[in-house]
Design a protein around this ligand. Structure first.
Ligand SMILES: Nc1nc(=O)c2c([nH]1)NC[C@@H]1CN(c3ccc(C(=O)N[C@@H](CCC(=O)O)C(=O)O)cc3)C=[N+]21
Length: 295
């Protein structure tokens, strides 16, 4: 068996195009564009690269981008001052504080300061809580993108057995909540799980978000399983070149799975598309408009 390749790049392009149409309508009726502010603290090179692609995608979707690059030495008080200023700015619908933050900054103190209605990362405790009790919430972009890829592949997920490998606040936990809401039977596995291969083998859906390159082997999978790989780590190869690896041993898995996301070109592009989606949704809710359809 050879797995279907789930084309995250194509799905992301499609979502971005639909977000662009919604943004165009918003501009006409409100006489302004939906606006996303991105805050980057310090010079962490991969973060700077992600921020550049987010800004490019924001502009391509016909939305306004506000970029705030501030020095790594910025105090927590000054960073919170910037958040307050963005909270008060009516042209800003979404605020994204790029993680990780420098060590001297209390991440939770900053994320909790973001107005929940502008929290397009879905990291504020109000949005975390709203997601967990099934209210309208802004949902973290990576797990939302994973859910959309799964629904694109499978349609209705009701009754399926799903395992999320990883329990981070930004991916694993919200992913489990979304799968539960989609009526899956959900297992959350992690580094202390006994017999991880056995747990993975029981499931129709596997979402890998542990950050350990190629941890999950082809032999662990139920034949025909749908595999979503959130991992991406640059790993030096024996020949000295660097390759982007997922949390799943792709070559092996593709011989057993029913469908699988590649790395790159799977989950990553959907993360960015969902950020744009969340921004345009936040703009509508903030203006008292009904949620745009089909996003
Ligand atoms: N507040 C916050 N929100 C985030 O959403 C957030 C963050 N902080 N910090 C960093 C991570 C990382 N992240 C990625 C987004 C897209 C790709 C992506 O598009 N990757 C390409 C490959 C890119 C490459 O080749 O390096 C792909 O998978 O095809 C990757 C990683 C969002 N993050």
């Amino acid at each position: 068996m050879t797995a279907r390749i789930i084309d995250g790049k194509a799905a992301a392009a499609d979502l971005r195009q639909r977000v662009g149409q919604v943004a165009a309508r918003f501009r006409e009726t409100r006489s302004r564009a939906p606006g996303l502010a991105v805050v980057l603290v310090g010079e962490h090179p991969p973060s700077a690269a992600y921020v550049r692609s987010k800004i490019k995608a924001t502009l391509e979707a016909g939305m306004e981008s506000f970029e705030h690059r501030i020095p790594a030495e910025t105090s927590q008080a000054d960073l919170i001052g910037l958040i307050d200023q963005l909270n008060a700015d009516a042209t800003v619908d979404g605020i994204l504080v790029q993680l990780p933050l420098p060590k001297h900054v209390d991440e939770q103190a900053v994320l909790t300061r973001v107005d929940p209605s502008k929290d397009v990362d879905g990291f504020h405790p109000v949005n975390v809580g709203r997601l967990s009790i099934g209210l309208d919430a802004l949902v973290p972009c990576t797990p939302l993108g994973c859910l959309k890829l799964l629904q694109g592949e499978l349609g209705d997920l009701s009754g399926m057995d799903a395992v999320v490998v990883g329990r981070s606040n930004i991916v694993g936990k919200p992913m489990a909540q979304l799968l539960l809401q989609a009526n899956c039977t959900v297992t959350v596995a992690h580094s202390r799980t006994r017999d991880l291969p056995g747990v993975v083998r029981r499931n129709d859906i596997v979402v890998a978000a542990v950050g350990r390159p190629e941890l999950i082997r082809g032999s662990w999978l139920k034949p025909g399983a749908i595999v979503i790989d959130v991992g991406q780590e640059r790993v030096e190869q024996p020949d000295g070149t660097r390759k982007l690896l997922g949390d799943v041993a792709y070559g092996e898995a593709a011989e057993v799975a029913g469908a699988i996301t590649p790395v790159p070109g799977g989950v990553g592009p959907m993360t960015i598309a969902c950020l744009l989606r969340n921004t345009v949704v936040a703009a509508h809710r903030r203006e008292g408009l009904p949620d745009p359809e089909g996003l």
